[in-house]
Design a protein around this ligand. Structure first.
Ligand SMILES: [Zn+2]
Ligand SMILES: [Zn+2]
Length: 580
């Protein structure tokens, strides 16, 4: 019998278009996982064994296998789930950052400064790897937290002391701001006379001098001078990112920006090469980037069609629109002014008319549309544009997977529209707690009424909205169990204020698990991920505990012990328990 591939088990709509991907998966990977609780992507099964032969799930049953494998894991008290599907992540950016000056694990300003100091010292002798454009040895990286600085804005003075001789650019954890030193600003020609670029903010002091923090499009003023990453850098980033995600039990993801973006080169070619070489062990859908300055919509759609891949382990069936910025820098698009002295309505990157025309053209071309929307006006603009194209319903043989990621501030009147229009809410649940960023840089700007509209997960669920989940790593940790903890508790063990954020918006464990598995797999149009069924390529994650037996307040302590992706074991911390 021919072995299944990703194509064989994709929805039938895909198989008419000529298959190219038939790489064998997991041959010789035979395993019985015994005495384990099983969540199949929808519910907990009345079974306690999963048998895998040659990388394929061959049986879900109870008791010993009829024809036992020589490899077994006894997983008493643990839960096996489909591999997690991260519906919004920047894997190559995260991987590249983890290999650069990586502040994402540093807790607090002092720890961050220590990391920068060490990195500057360790890389002092290396030369920039750019394609001959400059000899300047930049310090690049990111992951700093706005909550560590007054007003969310760090200053060049701090970096000048740590790196007096080399230009520095460090992106914030959310990638919407850049912290630069004086040398970087000098190279970019930024001074008091530099006008504010459209869609950007240059932080300035009272005298009008730039202070070293750039938001949104203003980041490009400096990043344009940074040598772009080499092919080898991006490839190393993808492989490092993939290992990190596998370690957390993630076996499939939607890369939320595949295109040139803010100094990052598109990872498109890297994904294609990694799939061809067999190094891509996850199933990936790339969201092709829709630039902010598109004038000729038809030409842009044609360019994206040239990059469309509808088959195999790396597909590009989705297009990404970033409708607005973020609340922290008052660039999220609001229908009423921000509740601070600075006021303003935030930034809308696209006109209504542009969105309606672009969505119509992409929908007609068969693309799924993936929106970043934070502010209530951005969420409404996305919904209005989806409504103008008839929503995301199945029509004829065309199934749509349009969705809105982040859904941070949503006017209650718009909540029913998601389900009515068939639009999936793609939740970054980790953010729905009283962390410092929310306390210091969201609530004061939102004011009391809008602060009650934050992350309305339960209202979405009650309205019948299709839910997916993702991490937005490297913006925040890709650990699904921490996100699920917050979805269920509306608090996080490390949050600044342990009080739950709008506890009435908590969802239950099974709803959260469904969103992070089958819910996200729906957006990827995956038949191989998000569920556990016989005949599928094994994509599985084994948790350290059975979370259904735990106090909900302990969910964040659950950790991933083993990951099987594409029929192969790609992460294994269980060897001590393995009998073979
Ligand atoms: Zn985003
Ligand atoms: Zn993102």
């Amino acid at each position: 019998m021919p072995r299944p591939t990703y194509n064989d088990i994709l929805p039938s709509a895909s198989s008419a278009l000529g298959l190219t991907f038939d790489k064998e998966v997991g041959r010789n990977m035979n395993l019985d996982v015994l005495d384990v609780s099983i969540f199949d992507g929808h519910s907990v099964l009345p079974a306690n064994r999963i048998s895998i032969r040659d990388g394929i799930i061959t049986e879900i049953g109870s008791g010993p296998a009829v024809d036992p494998s020589e490899h077994t894991i006894t997983a008493t008290g643990k839960l096996i789930t489909p591999g997690f599907v991260d519906a919004h992540v920047h894997t190559t950016f995260g991987g590249q950052e983890s290999l650069a000056c990586d502040l994402s694990e540093a807790q607090g300003l002092e720890a961050s400064l220590e990391v920068i100091r060490d990195y500057v010292t360790a890389t002092a002798a290396s030369t920039a790897t750019a394609a001959g454009t400059t000899d300047v040895n930049w310090v690049t990286g990111g992951g700093w937290s706005m909550a560590d600085f007054p007003g969310g804005a760090p200053t060049a003075v701090i970096l000048d002391e740590l790196s007096p001789d080399r230009p520095v650019i460090l992106l914030s954890a959310d990638h919407h701001s850049a912290w630069v030193n004086t040398q970087a600003m000098d190279l970019a020609g930024i001074d008091a006379s530099t006008p504010t670029p459209p869609g950007g903010v240059i932080e300035k002091d009272e005298a009008g001098a730039p202070t070293g923090c750039l938001h949104e499009s203003a980041m490009d003023l400096v990043s344009a001078h940074v040598p772009t990453a080499s092919d080898a850098d991006i490839r190393a980033g993808l492989l490092a990112g993939q290992s990190s995600l596998h370690a957390f039990g993630v076996t499939a993801w939607m890369d939320a920006i595949v295109g040139d973006y803010s100094g990052h080169r598109s990872p498109f070619d890297t994904y294609v090469e990694a799939e061809d070489s067999g190094d891509l062990t996850a199933e990936v859908v790339g969201s092709l980037w829709w630039p902010r300055d598109v004038e000729d919509i038809d030409a842009q759609v044609a360019a994206l069609l040239d990059q469309r891949r509808t088959h195999g382990g790396f597909r590009t069936t989705s297009v990404k629109f970033m409708l607005d910025g973020i609340v922290e820098s008052r660039t999220a698009a609001m229908s009423a002014e921000y509740s601070c002295a600075c006021g303003g309505f935030g930034t809308s990157y696209f006109t209504r008319e542009h969105l309606h025309r672009a969505f119509a053209a992409l929908d007609a071309a068969g693309f799924d549309i993936h929106c970043h929307a934070i502010g209530d006006a951005a969420n409404r603009a996305a919904l209005d544009a989806f409504e103008s194209i008839g929503g995301s319903e199945t029509t004829g043989d065309r199934e749509r997977r349009h969705h809105i990621a982040h859904v941070q501030v949503v006017d209650p009147v718009d909540i029913p529209r998601f389900a009515q229009l068939g639009i999936t809410a793609n939740l970054q649940a980790l953010w729905a707690c009283h962390d410092h960023q929310l306390l210091d840089l969201n609530l004061p700007y939102l004011g009391s009424e809008r602060s009650r509209w934050l992350y309305p997960f339960k209202s979405f669920a009650d309205a019948g909205t299709h839910l997916a989940m993702g991490s937005d790593w490297p913006v925040s940790t890709p650990n699904p169990w921490e996100a699920i903890h917050v979805a269920v508790n509306r608090s996080h063990p490390d949050a600044g204020d342990p009080a739950p954020l709008l506890p009435e918006q908590a969802i239950d464990l099974i709803t959260a698990l469904r969103a992070y598995t089958s819910g996200s797999a729906h957006l990827l149009r995956s038949g191989a991920n998000g569920t556990i069924r016989t005949g599928q390529i094994a994509n599985l994650a084994l948790a350290s505990d059975n979370p259904f037996d735990l106090d909900p307040g302990s969910l964040a302590e659950v950790h991933n012990e083993m990951t099987i992706a594409g029929g192969r074991i790609v992460h294994d911390a269980t060897t001590a328990e393995r009998q073979s």
